[in-house]
Design a protein around this ligand. Structure first.
Ligand SMILES: Nc1ncnc2c1ncn2[C@@H]1O[C@H](COP(=O)(O)OP(=O)(O)OP(=O)(O)O)[C@@H](O)[C@H]1O
Ligand SMILES: [Mg+2]
Length: 207
């Protein structure tokens, strides 16, 4: 799996960049309309940075490069949050020769913890966490039911998409969307959507 991490990052980056307008439109409705612009800028920078790495670069350094790239190139809230997530995932797979099921779960959980350490949000506040936490829970349930990594990831993608739907029903209490209070209801959270896009792109690549 190691050799394909860089390609997985490319696929995920391109998937996010392709949804620039959708993500910006969603953020226009409840925020300041820059989520797509921020994410596209971040992942364009990531694509350039990972191209400069040597051919045999390990997963940890590739993911660290993604995290640093997002933190240094994105001004909004989501860039540093996602950047921290990738840095934490990188730390988990350091010196691992293979990303097995348990490592993948630990990476996902560490990424979520990083987002929470930095952004202080919980589930149910209409953020990216409302896609990512259910995704992690579904992944974990899959591992307990002896599913393989691809099946677990497929469950995680579906849970993230359900999480996106759920964000329509709740009030934002973090970020600019919180200024809208009840008026944030009926809209998907842009960060939850970008999280679901990333997980889906990863699944489609691995499948
Ligand atoms: N404290 C937080 N914890 C987790 N996710 C957050 C937090 N604050 C914002 N987000 C996520 O970031 C997304 C907005 O990212 P964007 O790139 O538009 O940055 P921004 O405009 O600076 O954000 P915001 O207006 O939410 O502060 C939201 O849709 C939400 O999912
Ligand atoms: Mg915004």
């Amino acid at each position: 799996m190691m050799a394909s991490i860089r390609e997985a990052v490319r696929v995920v980056s391109k998937a996010v960049i392709a949804k620039k307008i959708l993500l910006t439109d969603l953020d226009q409705a409840i925020g300041d309309g820059d989520h797509g612009i921020n994410m596209a800028r971040g992942f364009e920078s990531v694509l350039k940075k990972i191209d400069l790495l040597e051919e045999n670069t390990d997963a940890a350094l590739i993911l660290k490069t993604v995290g640093m790239g997002l933190i240094s190139s994105v001004g909004g809230a989501a860039g540093p949050l996602y950047g921290t997530a990738f840095l934490r995932a990188s730390a988990v797979c350091k010196n691992k020769s293979e990303i097995d099921l348990a490592t993948a779960q630990a990476m996902l959980d560490a990424a979520i913890k990083g987002i929470q350490d930095r952004g202080k949000a919980q589930k149910g506040e209409k953020t990216m966490l409302d896609a990512l936490i259910p995704a992690s829970e579904a992944f974990s349930a899959g591992t307990k039911n002896k599913k393989n990594i691809l099946q677990c990831l497929n469950d995680a993608v579906k849970a993230a998409q359900k999480g996106v739907e759920y964000t329509k029903t709740i009030i934002a209490t973090k970020g600019r969307a919180s200024y809208l209070a009840e008026r944030s209801i009926g809209h998907e959270d842009p960060g939850a959507v970008s999280s679901a896009i990333m997980l889906e792109a990863l699944y489609n690549y691995l499948k």
